[in-house]
Design a protein around this ligand. Structure first.
Ligand SMILES: Nc1ncnc2c1ncn2[C@@H]1O[C@H](COP(=O)(O)OP(=O)(O)OP(=O)(O)O)[C@@H](O)[C@H]1O
Ligand SMILES: [Mg+2]
Length: 253
């Protein structure tokens, strides 16, 4: 299963969710590969892998390096293909026909080696995110509360529809995950309102689990490790554990 974690809105918890998912699934003995497809390289640094002076996803997509050559092992027990700012150039450089398929073609030889491949995407709907959607079987959408966060979802939905039409008919939206919730807010009410707002833009399942806000997330990232390793007993770790249970239930039926 190949999951693209996407939302063109910045700072909604894509990278945090991708890392928690990769680390959480690895903790359950699944074989997991995380791919950083964001020139910001946040996923790479959060996972504690090198992303300079090493082969990255850019060399894989542009220069014919293999995924294996670019793969590193993260402390959390999963593999990572890193990214850095060089990938920003790919947006312009990947202009030939077939550009949407670069990542899919690169991943194909190793796809069978992993139970889950998790792709972290940048906050845009450009060629990198389209590559992720073309490669993926499923799309996971983290979103924060607020009307601006929800409005962008319809645009995201249009991109998914266009990828389904032209590049990858099988890809589907797995679900929407609410993140960075203020634990003091009236959560159940807020969730209901959000779900209602979202319903106007997209028909996709919404996870029952929501991820609360906590400083431990930023601290874990600063320490270049995952939330379960850094603060396994924190509310966020608890929330991401519940999310992974719900995710697996959905996957395994
Ligand atoms: N549950 C949370 N509680 C507190 N802070 C969080 C939480 N989730 C994410 N953050 C923080 O919010 C910021 C944005 O999170 P993250 O990098 O995961 O979002 P993103 O969608 O990947 O952003 P970008 O669009 O820039 O790639 C980070 O500083 C992160 O530490
Ligand atoms: Mg990110």
């Amino acid at each position: 299963m190949i999951i693209a974690v996407a939302n063109q809105k910045g700072g909604v918890g894509k990278t945090t969710t991708a890392q928690a998912l990769a680390a959480g699934l690895a903790g359950k003995e699944y074989k997991v590969l995380g791919i950083d497809l964001d020139p910001q390289g946040n996923f790479s640094s959060a996972c504690g892998v090198e992303n300079y002076n090493v082969l990255t996803v850019y060399e894989v997509m542009k220069r014919g390096a293999t995924i294996c050559e670019a793969t590193q092992h993260a402390k959390g027990g999963y593999d990572v293909v890193p990214a850095n700012i060089m990938l920003a150039g790919a947006e312009q450089e990947l202009s030939q026909t077939g550009k949407e398929h670069r990542l899919k073609e690169a991943v194909a030889p190793v796809a069978g080696d992993y139970d889950f491949i998790v792709i972290d995407t940048p906050p845009s709907l450009g060629v990198l995110t389209v590559n992720a959607f073309t490669c993926a079987s499923d799309i996971l959408i983290p979103t924060t509360a607020g009307i601006f966060a929800t409005a962008g979802i319809s645009q995201l939905n249009e991109t998914v529809t266009s990828v389904q039409k032209y590049c990858n008919p099988g890809v589907k939206i797995l679900g929407i995950l609410f993140t960075r919730f203020n634990p003091r807010a009236n959560i159940s009410r807020e969730i209901r309102d959000l779900a209602e707002q979202l319903g106007e833009y997209i028909s996709a399942p919404i996870y029952e689990t929501y991820i609360r806000s906590a400083v431990a997330v930023e601290e874990a990232q600063a320490n270049r490790t995952d939330i379960f390793d850094y603060a396994g007993k924190s509310t966020v770790a608890e929330d991401y554990r519940s999310f992974i249970e719900e995710f697996l239930k959905g996957v395994n039926g």
